[in-house]
Design a protein around this ligand. Structure first.
Ligand SMILES: Nc1nc2c(ncn2[C@@H]2O[C@H](COP(=O)(O)OP(=O)(O)OP(=O)(O)O)[C@@H](O)[C@H]2O)c(=O)[nH]1
Ligand SMILES: [Mg+2]
Length: 400
């Protein structure tokens, strides 16, 4: 009996010890609960032990990267410059793509502003998406009616007849009224819009364009320091049927305003016979970095006004590309026009991919050099090199 009592005591003691151990283990020892990646790890009442364990974990299984990355934004002052885009609300997703290219390759490092212009009111979606994408300030302007309509001296019947004829001839945009307003606006008014008056430099961007190389310097500052006023990446021959009398109108202008013609001009780029006829070469104006004060100068305004009076924006289908190019070619000194070989650019259907493999590698270019249009027979860029006595970049023969 004494033996069985002792035995019972052992059992009771063991049970008691088990119960005590159970309470201690369930109340004071922290149970590890690991947050999933990305979950908030802050408990409502902080538990020092848990926090310490979770904070230490990521570093215990990896090593820090000692590499120093370039600063996200390039230091230093900025120029008085802006991007500018003429667009409709329906262009939103195409311009969104262009903005991403420009931001990724250039503007995320510089944060320049962006002005959007439209003949209609921009809608909230257009504003919301573009504001989200641009790293600088965005501004939205409505074009005044008088800059986007037929001037009173235009004969409407004559203009309508021309559109019919061009439609029959299947001339691209030949029957479009809005395209003509667009070309006239880009030729003579965008730089005078109140929102543009705040700026000295502009970079024009159109929907669905692409940039293929990193641009690591301030192109506006470059223009100012090198005393450039106008620039291009692609040049080509204009569709003759859209500008049959543009050169006659130009000669009429030069006769009346000889004072506006630059001494050391780029006539050789525009004409093969000293100015008698136009060879149709022009800089492709869907890309432009240029000086707004030049466009606002008396010389340029006199040129535009005299072309506008001639009526060819409506009686033919004069494009802003030949208009800007002829103006730059005649009224600027040729060394004020810059060819940006280093800006790799695409607007359907042409590509400018910089000639020179080392440059393309150093600037993370993604264009295929075989697509480069520069040395193709339809490009005028060779003429620009020849006029300036510039040596063509090494390797250009392989891209012809
Ligand atoms: N607000 C407005 N913008 C326009 C209109 N027509 C063209 N644009 C813009 O003017 C610029 C030139 O027009 P595009 O249609 O690209 O002309 P394009 O480059 O000759 O022809 P694509 O080969 O079609 O690009 C673009 O930025 C267009 O978004 C219009 O009627 N209203
Ligand atoms: Mg376009």
């Amino acid at each position: 009996m004494a033996g069985s009592q002792r035995y019972m005591r052992y059992i009771v003691f063991a049970l008691f010890a088990l119960i005590v151990f159970y309470f201690i283990s369930s109340s004071s020892v922290p149970s590890a609960s690991w947050p999933a990646y990305g979950e908030s790890t802050t408990p409502s009442t902080p538990n020092a032990a848990v926090t310490a364990v979770t904070a230490a974990t990521p570093h215990s299984s990896t090593t820090p990267n000692e590499k120093t990355l370039p600063p996200a934004t390039i230091s230093g002052d900025r120029m008085n410059a802006t991007f500018v885009t003429l667009a409709r609300n329906s262009d939103i997703w195409e311009i969104a793509k262009s903005i991403r290219h420009v931001e990724d390759r250039f503007n995320r490092k510089f944060n320049y502003d962006w002005v959007f212009l439209n003949d209609d009111d921009f809608d909230d979606e257009f504003k919301k998406i573009t504001t989200a994408l641009v790293s600088g300030k965005t501004k939205y302007g409505k074009i005044p009616k008088e800059h986007w309509s037929f001037p009173e001296w235009i004969d409407q019947d004559k203009a309508a007849k021309v559109r019919e004829e061009m439609k029959e001839k299947k001339i691209i945009y030949g029957d479009s009224v809005s395209y003509r307003h667009m070309c006239r606006y880009e030729s003579g008014f965008f730089f005078r819009h109140p929102l543009m008056l705040d700026y000295e430099w502009y970079w024009r961007v159109e929907p669905s364009v692409e940039l293929y190389c990193d641009i690591n310097y301030d192109t506006f500052k470059f223009m100012a320091e090198k005393k450039k006023k106008y620039s291009f990446t692609l040049s080509l021959y204009e569709y003759v049927d859209t500008i049959p009398t543009l050169w006659d109108a130009t000669k009429n202008f030069t006769k009346h305003y000889p004072q506006h013609i630059a001494k050391n001009n780029a006539m050789k780029f525009l004409s093969d016979d000293g100015g008698e006829t136009y060879n149709h070469c022009h800089f492709w104006s869907n890309f432009e970095i240029g000086n707004l004060n030049w466009l606002r100068s008396q010389a340029y305004i006199d040129f535009f006004t005299s072309l506008d009076k001639a009526g060819g924006f409506f009686y033919e289908r004069w494009g802003d590309a030949p208009v800007h190019s002829i103006a730059a070619g005649l009224m600027l000194n040729k060394d004020e026009i810059h060819f940006f070989n280093d800006i790799a650019y695409y607007h359907v259907p042409f590509t400018h991919c910089p000639t020179g493999e080392q440059y393309r590698i150093d600037h993370k270019c993604s264009c295929n050099p075989k697509d480069n249009f520069d040395w193709n027979g339809y490009s005028c860029t060779s003429r620009f090199y020849e006029m300036n006595g510039m040596e063509k970049p090494a390797g250009y023969e392989k891209e012809q």
